[in-house]
Design a protein around this ligand. Structure first.
Ligand code: 5GP
Length: 239
């Protein structure tokens, strides 16, 4: 269990802004060993206490475009008017270190990774409903009203891509969500060992299974409805 297979497992986590993804990712990294966070490159300015090389590598548009030309990215996308990208070298590094890789990327990036790394495990984090997402965005008090409005519209669009993900995690109670996320990651590792699992290990897999796309239908419908009923277009998912 402690030694992952040499070929790194790739975990993709996407979520609308304000879903609590960063907190969940940080907690996951504390609790699960041998999991590396892929630090993305971005052209957006650092926020608050963010530092270069920790949350992101902050680069200019010219530097980013040079990296695109050099084919340095495994995926890249434009989000809220800025470039974001995952450098290829992170996957190679994870492989060398015998560790798994965690990507915190948007739905456009997730699609590119799914095409290139088809056995990647993808997890979509959802807020319990639109109203709660709006409250969380307002509580952060980071953004002006029109930015919040734009984030909510983007969230409605992103959410329509949920079917592309292997697991859906509704982030209602933080402690429960952390446990579920950890179970998903550990469960995938266990399943890929291909060996017979102990009762304890099977419990971990079963816990993660609760969040599999096929098992969340009923829970999901009211959440999707809360976003669709606020006048947001349906069928706006990626091609
Ligand atoms: P923020 O600016 O709030 O940190 O991130 C904005 C969005 O960009 C989030 O949805 C985040 O997941 C996404 N993002 C961060 N890094 C990458 C990346 O390397 N590639 C892509 N495609 N999206 C990213």
């Amino acid at each position: 269990m402690n030694v992952p297979p040499h070929k790194p497992l790739v975990y993709i986590i996407s979520a609308p802004s304000g879903s609590g993804k960063s907190t969940l990712v940080n907690e996951l990294l504390k609790k699960v060993s041998d999991l590396e966070f892929s630090i993305s490159y971005t052209t957006r300015a650092p926020r608050g206490s963010e530092t270069n090389g920790r949350q992101y590598y902050f680069v200019s548009r010219a530097e980013f475009e040079k990296m695109i030309a050099e084919d340095a990215f495994l995926e890249h996308a434009e989000v809220f008017g800025n470039y974001y990208g995952t450098a290829r070298c992170f996957l190679q590094k994870a492989e060398q270190h015998g560790r798994d890789l965690l990507l915190d990327i948007d739905v456009q990036g997730a699609k590119q990774i799914q095409d290139k790394v088809p056995d990647a495990t993808s997890i979509f984090i959802l807020p319990p409903n639109r109203k709660i997402l709006e409250e969380r965005l307002r509580k952060r008090s980071e953004d002006a009203d029109e930015v919040i409005e734009r984030r909510l519209v983007t969230a409605s669009r992103e959410i329509e891509n949920y079917q592309r993900y292997n697991y859906i995690l509704v982030n209602d109670q933080l402690e429960d969500s952390i446990k579920l996320l950890r179970a998903i990651v550990r469960g995938e590792r266990l399943l890929r060992t291909g060996r017979t699992l102990s009762a304890e290990e099977a419990k971990i897999v079963a816990m993660g299974d609760c969040c599999r796309l096929a098992n969340v239908g009923e829970r999901l419908q009211p959440i999707l409805a809360s976003f669709r009923s606020s006048g947001n277009p349906r069928g706006n998912s990626l091609p």
